[in-house]
Design a protein around this ligand. Sequence first.
Ligand code: ZN
Length: 137
Amino acid sequence: MGLDPDLSFILATTMVAVLGTAGLVVLHAYRRSRRDRQRLFTWRQKQALLIRAGHRCEHKPLLGRRCRATSRLQADHIVPWSRGGPTETWNGQVLCRRHNRSKSNLVPGPLYRWRLERQRRRYRPRPLRPTTKEIPT
Ligand SMILES: [Zn+2]
């Protein structure tokens, strides 16, 4: 006695769907457990990132010049925190709001990191801007 071919097809696809969903749930839980407990960069880490970046957005298209934005800068995880990227300065970069939004939670490839490291060697240090308004004397 065999099963109806239609019924066995339905059973097989249901099994695949159930196992696939279970796999995704386990994968999600695993990724969550691997996240860094610290979600945001500390003030000190942000200062270190800003100094390294010369207080300027680090976005540079493959063919083109580095972004010139020096305001509304944000500390960004190169490997996104949501994908297990640690909140440490080696995994940080400075991006303007626009470029941080366009990057979203994409994981850049090894070429990106290599280009960024090379690019950083060419940064010119910029004097720190005063944080408080200077009082005219
Ligand atoms: Zn930018």
